[in-house]
Structure formats: structure tokens, C-alpha cells
Design a protein around this ligand. Structure first.
Ligand SMILES: [Zn+2]
Length: 632
């Protein structure tokens, strides 16, 4: 989810800067300092253990000199004591995520951490090194490999393993395998079954919406600082840089599957539909190393990230952790994941896996119990409380996911968006509803006067709800925007979850400054769907020997593979690569027809009619205020 080309510069709307923490937030932070075991600093020892060396400020640049990663802007985190504007538990995690460089996990196993949101794990085999996950960007992966070679000597890459389908675990593969190695085909790329399908599909269909929503999750356009972005929970932030997906050459199909790679034995466990739709764990007997990918990291992970995703299965997640304990509990001396730092010692490993297992199981079972008592998602989030034994475990804290939104994800998985109260079946949308609320509540001034009093009392959650109605009714009401921004900001300061903080603070920033500017796209003249005539188009791809018939009927487009319609309006014959070029906008359809690269018979204008109906999606759209552009 790179966000190239969008500038954080304000739109020129009235600028309001970040405020101090209110008295009630100061009190909340103090209470948290008392409630959690801050004297337990073992994680700081583990996160720095085995440090071998690093790049200055973890800075990585592209060949063109663009900074794709740097921890320099986070220098403010050197203060041990949290400022009042950051939740002290999140401050602690943010400081832990500042450790960066190459670390020895055990002799023969190394990790590059803090040069990306994710880790690269390097496992030395008989002749070469096995690279587990390749960071987000080619530049990042290249820098990580150089750092490793610098400290361990140059050695060939014996294999690449992708633990799962998220970009921060495979995007940099071309920085690990050079052209020559890749062309030789001698280095296996090992991944869980269905890797390609899920790596491609998860971010494509809902891509434009996810990219915009991800800005609220990760906060890339927030200033970094005690009143801005401090962390993402899993690591510092999204990395920029070049991304390329490499196709695996060897898929792991079943739990118990083994591979011998360059003389080193690996045992695998499948974990589909956990943190990612295709994910796997493994154990390396020679090193007694257990790698649980992204299913056992130092936070309560996300069952539904704010960018939007298929809801994740908490029950399956818990079962995989239990299964890992059955398979390797007591055998593993070292456990590492693909985010955060390792854990050493069989007893501590056992305890952490059991606690993580029970975190997901507890959240799952208690959500089910409460929903079967009739509680709705919002009510469950309010009622649920982790047992003391999990509350005090640092790795169980909700820095990325959070118990209060993870339970809503579990509710959604079983019951969906509808809470069964018909009032929520067909409510007015925010603008229309907002106008009526404002009218019923006695107008803007009456709302603002009451909201200011509640703000002073620290009732931020309700103030946000009430004033949001006013912003949707009167988006140009500056007093309303300022108060809602101030309210979001206090909620952000108090939040323990980095993703909650980013969401609240970015909402505040957009209310104060408007949306970051994306380069405008040229407006496209659009026909309307209603003008669409029924018809059929034949396609045959000359290089892949595939044929399709595309049917337009009832304003819906369907297709049948391996067929051609005898009475189609038009038939096209082309190489599949030509279509890819058109989709990638390297050429246009008319240009390709004119140059003879696409051949057709019949009425080609029918295709032009269809193309004119396709939407260009905006990179930015309003979230905390009404949409300024009508969407039909
Ligand atoms: Zn990840």
C-alpha cells in the first residue's frame, strides 16, 4: 500500500495546530501507568539482544536518492517517559520498535529488524543462507542483504520462503534474488498453498478504497512526533519503494510436510485463514527454532484491520497456535516471528504461545457467549474485559488490533453488519440524518454549547458522535470542525492502539487542514449505465489459446470461458500481453487496433461504448465530512 504522489500539504483551509492533552487524558495516562507492569522490562533486553550492527538511522534510499525508509524522524522516542499526548503503553511499544539492524537470534540464525515494518529472517544452511520473507521493497531487501553479508560474509541464497501473502513479506524479493540467480531457476521460492491467488486478490478488488482507508490505519500523512504518528503497533510505518511479486516454485500443501533445503530440515504447519488467507509456520530441528510467521507476535493482532479486509478467523488462529504447541512445544529453544523480537527458552515460549492462543480463544468465545445473550457488537465491545492473567501480558496488548474492535470483527464473522434492531435496517445516511439531528437538537449553537461542556468533562466519545452529525449537516461550520478535531485528538492521545491513534489523529488533521492533495486525474466523460445496450463480444487470445464470450445484459457483465457466440456484435483477436498493456495504460485500445496488434471483425464501437462506462476511482475521498463529489 504505497501512497506515492500524494502530498501531505494542507489544502489551504484554516490551519489549527495540535493541542495539549486535556486533564482527563492526563488522568487516564496516569491510571494506565499504575495498571500495567512497567517495571517488567524484559522485552527491552530481548529486542536488543544479539545486536550486530545497523545503518545510520536505519535510512534506506532508492537509486534515485528517494528515502524509502528512515527512523530519523522518530528520534523523539529516545525519551523514556511518555509525554501526556501519548498513551504510556503505546509509548513503550513505540520505543521497542525503534531497535533496528542485524541481530543474531542464535549462532546461524539472524534477523534484520526495524528496516521495514516486517522482519527478514536469515537461516544459514550447509552452503548458503535461506531467506525468510523479503520485506516490503526491493530497496529495503537489498539493504538488508548487504547488512547481513557485511557481518556474516557473502554466501549464496539457498532458498526464499514467503510465510504469508501480505506485501511486507514478499514485496522485496527482487532485492534478494538477482537476475542471474532468478534466471538459473536453481533457488526455490517456497510458500504456502494458494499463495499467488491470495497475494493478488486481497488488495485488488477493493484496492482504491483500501488505499485511502489505510491512510487512517498507518498515518503516513501525519507528522511524526508526540502529537502525531508514533508507531503502527507491528512496527513503525508502511515502507515506500519498489514492489514486485515473484511466483513461488514450491508450495507447501499440508501440515507435517518437510523439506530439506541445502542440508537443513524444515517441518511445516499450515495456518490458512488466520492472520492471512494463506500462511504457514515452521520448525527447524537443527536450530530448535520455531517461526510462527505473524500469528504470535508481541501484540494482540488484528481480526479486521481498518483498511478493510475479509474478517479473520479467531477460532482457527487459536487452533493453529494450540497445534503448534502440540507439535513443537518443549522442542523449541527459540521462537521468532516476522514482526517484533524473538523469545528464548522453552518455558517462556510455551507460556507466550499459550497466552496468545487463549487471547484469540477468549475473545472468540466471550463474543459468542455475549451475542447469544443478545448483546450487539457495540455492547459486547463495552462489556468485554480480558482476564487479569492476559491483561498483564505485554504481548497481548492491543497495539495493532484491539480487544474492542476485534470483538466486533468476531460478531461480524458470525452475524454480519446488522444488529437486528430494525432502526438500523434502513437509517438515513450521514448528511440527511445529520441535518435532522441538528434540527431536533436545537441547531448548531445549542449543540456546540452542550458539546463544549461535555468536552471539558472528558466525555469525548459522545461529543464526537454528536458533533459529527453537525459536521455532516454543515461541513463549512468552522466551530464544529474545530471542536470535532479537538475531540478526535484527545481520543487519539488516550488510545493504546497505534491504529486507533492514527485514525483519530488523521481525522483531526483532515478536519483542520482538509485532505492531503493527490494529483488530480483528468475528468472522463461518462455515459450512464442506463444507456447500456445488451450485447455480446467474442475474445480470443492468440498466445494463450484462450477464448471468452462477454455478455452485457441487465447492466451486468458476465463471461463464459472456452466459448464464442455466433452472433456477437464484435470479435477481437489479440495476444494476452496486449490486453495487459491496455489495462496498464501503456497503450490504448484504438492505438493497438490502428497498429494491427489487435484484430477485430464486427462493430468495434460496441467495445468503445463499454469502455466509456468504466469508472476512474479517486485516490482520495472524504471520510470525516460529506463527499464533495456526487457519485452516481
Ligand atoms: Zn506483516
Amino acid at each position: 500500500m504505497t501512497q506515492a504522489g500524494i502530498s501531505a500539504a494542507p489544502n489551504g483551509a484554516a490551519k489549527e495546530s495540535a493541542k495539549d492533552a486535556s486533564a482527563s487524558v492526563v488522568a487516564q495516562q496516569a491510571a494506565m501507568l499504575k495498571a500495567l507492569p512497567f517495571s517488567d522490562t524484559g522485552d527491552f533486553d530481548d529486542a536488543s539482544r544479539g545486536f550486530l550492527g545497523t545503518l545510520e538511522h536505519a535510512r534506506i534510499t532508492s537509486p534515485q536518492g528517494r528515502v524509502v525508509w528512515s527512523l530519523e524522524p522518530y528520534g523523539f522516542l529516545s525519551d523514556e517517559k511518555a509525554p501526556a499526548t501519548v498513551n504510556p503503553s503505546l509509548w513503550r511499544q513505540s520505543r521497542l520498535n525503534m531497535n533496528h539492524g542485524l541481530f543474531e537470534v542464535v549462532p546461524g540464525i539472524y534477523q534484520v529488524r526495524g528496516l521495514d515494518i516486517a522482519n527478514m529472517t536469515l537461516i544459514e544452511a550447509d552452503m548458503g543462507v535461506i531467506v525468510v520473507d523479503t520485506l516490503t521493497s526491493i530497496e529495503g531487501a537489498r539493504a538488508a542483504m548487504e547488512l547481513y553479508f557485511q557481518h556474516r560474509g557473502k554466501r549464496p541464497v539457498a532458498a526464499v520462503i514467503f510465510t504469508h501473502t501480505h506485501t511486507d513479506h514478499w514485496g522485496g524479493a527482487r532485492g534478494v534474488l538477482d537476475d542471474e540467480t532468478l534466471a538459473s531457476g536453481k533457488v526455490p521460492i517456497i510458500a504456502p498453498n494458494l499463495f499467488m491467488e491470495h497475494a493478488v486478490s486481497e488488495n485488488i478488488i477493493a484496492g482504491p478504497a483500501m488505499q485511502r482507508r489505510a491512510q487512517y490505519q498507518f498515518g503516513p500523512f501525519l507528522a511524526k512526533g508526540p502529537r502525531g504518528q508514533v508507531d503502527c503497533g507491528l512496527g513503525k510505518s508502511m515502507a515506500a519503494g519498489a514492489v514486485k511479486l515473484l511466483r513461488p516454485t514450491d508450495l507447501i500443501m499440508a501440515t507435517g510436510d518437510k523439506r530439506s533445503i541445502d542440508g537443513l530440515e524444515f517441518e511445516f504447519q499450515m495456518a490458512p485463514n488466520s492472520e492471512a488467507p494463506a500462511e504457514m509456520h515452521f520448525f527447524v530441528p537443527r536450530y530448535k527454532l520455531l517461526n510462527l510467521a505473524e500469528n504470535c507476535t508481541h501484540n494482540f493482532h488484528n481480526l479486521l484491520p481498518f483498511r478493510g479486509a475479509d474478517v479473520r478467523d479467531a477460532l482457527a488462529w487459536s487452533k493453529y497456535l494450540n497445534e503448534a504447541l502440540q507439535m513443537w512445544g518443549g522442542k523449541a529453544d527459540t521462537m521468532c516471528g516476522q514482526h517484533h523480537w524473538p523469545v528464548w527458552g522453552a518455558e517462556r515460549i510455551d507460556k507466550m504461545i499459550r497466552q496468545q492462543r487463549d487471547l484469540y480463544k477468549f475473545a472468540h468465545d466471550q463474543t459468542i457467549r455475549l451475542m447469544n445473550h443478545g448483546l450487539t457488537a457495540t455492547e459486547i465491545a463495552e462489556a468485554i474485559k480480558l482476564p487479569a492473567s492476559l491483561e498483564g501480558a505485554w504481548h497481548g496488548r492491543g497495539y495493532y488490533g484491539h480487544i474492542r474492535h476485534n470483538v466486533k470483527a468476531i460478531y461480524q464473522k458470525y452475524l454480519g453488519w446488522y444488529d437486528a434492531n430494525p432502526v438500523n435496517l434502513d437509517p438515513l445516511p450521514p448528511v440527511e440524518g445529520g441535518k435532522k439531528y441538528v434540527e431536533y437538537m436545537g441547531g448548531a449553537d445549542a449543540i456546540l454549547a452542550r458539546a463544549a461542556k461535555d468536552f471539558a468533562k472528558g466525555e469525548f466519545r459522545f461529543v464526537a458522535q454528536a458533533v459529527s452529525h453537525l459536521v455532516f449537516a454543515e461541513p463549512d461550520n468552522q466551530a464544529a470542525r474545530v471542536l470535532l478535531a479537538d475531540t478526535f485528538e484527545q481520543l487519539g492521545y488516550a488510545a493504546e492502539s497505534a491504529t486507533w491513534r492514527n485514525a483519530y489523529l488523521f481525522g483531526a488533521q483532515e478536519l483542520r487542514q482538509g485532505m492531503p492533495k493527490a494529483p488530480p486525474r483528468p475528468p472522463m466523460p461518462r455515459e450512464t449505465l442506463a444507456a447500456l445496450r445488451t450485447g455480446q463480444l467474442n475474445w480470443s487470445f492468440t498466445d494463450t489459446n484462450e477464448s471468452f464470450v462477454l455478455t452485457l445484459e441487465n447492466c451486468a457483465l458476465t463471461y463464459v470461458e472456452g466459448a464464442q457466440a455466433p452472433n456477437a456484435d464484435a470479435s477481437f483477436a489479440l495476444a494476452r500481453a496486449r490486453l495487459d498493456e491496455v489495462v496498464a495504460k501503456q497503450t490504448s485500445f484504438p492505438e493497438a487496433v490502428a497498429s494491427g496488434k489487435i484484430k477485430f471483425t464486427g462493430d468495434a464501437m460496441r467495445l468503445a461504448e463499454l469502455m466509456a462506462l468504466m469508472d476512474e476511482f479517486p485516490r482520495m475521498f472524504e471520510i470525516v465530512e460529506p463527499k464533495r463529489t456526487a457519485v452516481s
